[in-house]
Design a protein around this ligand. Structure first.
Ligand code: AMP
Length: 587
């Protein structure tokens, strides 16, 4: 397959501001992709070489990429650095450099997707001493035969700066349309995705053996399962009502969600985003070995802890574990414990179709049997009265938790779904909206005064899952410390684009736009109607969306959340309605 086909499609996708066009371009690309490499094309669309859970990154240092460009063009490094300074992006620089190259270079050897992929894959898998030099040689050999437009994308892949901003759901829509001509088959793909988290593998099954084989996909050890998610409730009475008056209440710990996979030989840990993060918690991986079953998939919240007092510490402490180097010291300085709350698979048996009560029993037996103080059970109690919930909430807060999770006793584990079988009940905040919102950064205005050279306000969007679009709901400029502002600025630089992204909808004019990627946590005093913010546009009043009043950043950048995990428009509408009921006294 010619790589130029991918280049043409990606260029079109980067330029469009229409969400529908994005899917159309993908469908047409997938239809023209041979079955034997469709998995690879899917990974490339996502800017990767394999699913996240394999934990393989291209990882070429910027300095090396510049040297690779210099080598392929036969010029000195300072010349490349100058071009890079002007273009501001190494992909664009690669395009310019390729144009400079001897115009007589014949591109008769057409660049194929197979070649690009296999070289990228080699780059990603080249590790250890001397690997950067080896990676450099691989990149420059690829660039040697690439056209300027191809060079731009090769460099974007290598540097991880491809900014298509495509969600997994859009890829599934496109797959359903391309191979079954029926978008509703996305549900089948989604079910398979929920238990395998590998869109490339699903695409390959679909294109080679059809939809039926996709339906029969099973849970496999070391392929993470998409996590079950919770809806929110604001008071204990509401939570109990939704549960049929009897439920389990568990502490909602303020840490990082981890899915543990183990067999006799190894242990792997996956984040909530299903990235392999075993390296961040080598102490945890070691402790898991004391669990006495041959094979298991378990879920837990890892929390930082003060070992003198046994108190839980806030989520921010875990940031010290997010590092490649110096992890040994971080393990010593920032001890953690695992708090298990679910079991999904044991010794060849899928446990997700068992009830909560049944799963909890199995979990208790396994964790208690491990006799390891780093492995604990999430504190839990069965409740039938709202006063019991309130009391348990008070003890949770006292112990440094965010609130409670209320879980239905008879519910199965619904992978990948946000179901009312799990409710999160957070502690009351003093703001009028009794909860935080997780919103996606989509644009920004430049700062003035102290914030010159930084962003003054960020445009935030809630997720409209029905149309896979982020619709604006506020601008936020408060709650930022200098350090957080710096961190966000550096992160956002990687997602800067020249126009409003096709998956972003707003009536606001911004100085800069971003690919929707970064999620931050916000509190606000109130939700109001707004003609310029487009979240829930027309759903309460014609011509009005919902906006947050006095929004404030809580200081939490939600690295653990994908943009699609942000607060949904429907949640926003229900929060608005709840607020109105409170104001009008329930009338
Ligand atoms: P939120 O991130 O606010 O949507 O809340 C859901 C998250 O709470 C989950 O993804 C877990 O990381 C975390 N959590 C803490 N304690 C529990 C628990 N007992 N059961 C399930 N999730 C929990």
């Amino acid at each position: 397959m010619n790589f130029s086909l991918i280049v043409d499609t990606f260029e079109q996708m980067e330029q469009t501001s229409s969400r529908l066009a994005l899917t159309d371009y993908l469908v047409s690309l997938l239809k023209r992709t041979p079955s034997d490499i469709i998995d690879k094309v899917i990974y490339l669309i996502q800017g990767k070489v394999c699913p996240d859970f394999e934990g393989i990154e291209l990882g070429l240092a910027e300095k090396m990429a510049i040297r690779a460009l210099a080598q392929s063009a036969g010029v000195d490094v300072p010349i490349i650095e100058e071009i890079y300074r002007k273009t501001g992006d190494l992909g664009d620089a690669a395009k310019e450099v390729a144009k400079l190259k001897n115009q007589t270079t014949l591109f008769d050897d057409k660049m194929t997707v197979e070649r690009v992929y296999s070289t990228l894959d080699k780059i990603a898998r080249t590790l250890g001493p001397g690997s950067q030099e080896a990676k450099l040689r691989l990149v420059s050999s690829l660039l040697n035969n690439a056209t300027p437009r191809e060079s731009r994308y090769i460099m974007k892949f290598v540097m991880g700066t491809l900014r298509l901003g495509i969600a997994d759901y859009s890829v599934m829509d496109a797959l359903a349309l391309a191979f079954t001509e029926d978008k509703s088959n996305r549900n089948t793909l989604e079910n398979a995705y929920n238990v395998s988290s590998d869109l490339g593998a699903i695409a390959k099954l679909l294109s080679t053996t059809g939809l039926e084989s996709v339906k029969s996909l099973q849970i496999t050890l070391f392929k993470p399962i998409r996590p079950m998610l919770a809806e929110r409730a604001s008071i204990s009475e509401e939570a109990l009502g939704k549960m049929g008056r009897k439920a389990a209440a568990e502490y909602k710990l303020d840490g990082e969600r981890i899915q543990v996979h183990k067999n006799k030989e190894k242990v792997e840990l996956f984040s909530r985003r299903l990235e392999k993060i075993t390296d961040h918690y080598p102490d945890v991986a070691e402790a898991i070995k004391s669990i006495r079953v041959d094979e298991a998939i378990l879920e837990a919240e890892v929390v930082a802890i003060n070992t003198n007092t046994d108190e839980f510490l806030p989520f921010q402490e875990l940031m010290h574990r997010r590092r490649k180097y110096g992890i040994k010291l971080a393990v010593e300085n920032y001890p953690v414990v695992m708090n298990f709350f679910d079991v999904l698979y044991i010794d060849g048996d899928n446990k997700t179709s068992l009830t909560y009560i049944h799963r909890r029993k199995i979990l208790e037996k396994i964790i208690k049997g491990s006799h390891n103080e780093k492995l604990r059970l999430v504190p839990q109690t069965i409740v039938e009265k709202s006063e019991q919930i309130d009391k348990f909430m008070a003890s949770a807060i006292e112990n440094g938790c965010e609130g409670l999770m209320i879980k239905q006793l008879t519910s199965t584990y619904r992978a990948g779904s946000r179901a009312s079988a799990w409710l999160k009940l957070k502690r009351e905040y003093r703001s009028d909206i009794a909860d935080t919102l997780d919103l996606v950064i989509t644009g920004a205005l430049y700062g003035r005064g102290r914030r010159v050279g930084r962003y003054g306000a960020l445009l935030l969007g809630a997720y409209d899952s029905k149309s896979d679009i982020f619709r604006s709901t506020c601008k936020v400029g408060t709650g930022f410390t200098d350090q957080l502002l710096e961190e966000l600025y550096n992160n956002l630089e990687n997602h800067l684009i020249t126009h409003r992204h096709a998956r972003v909808d707003t009536g606001m004019e911004m100085d800069v736009w971003f690919e929707p990627k970064i999620v931050i946590e916000i509190i606000a005093s109130e939700i109001t109607l707004s003609p310029s913010h487009t979240a829930a546009m027309n759903s309460i009043r014609l011509g009005y969306g919902l906006a947050l009043r006095f929004p404030k950043f809580t200081g939490k950048i939600r690295y653990d959340k994908k943009p699609e995990d942000a607060t949904d428009i429907e949640e926003l509408v229900s929060l608005y309605k709840k607020q109105m009921r409170t104001i009008t006294g329930g009338r």
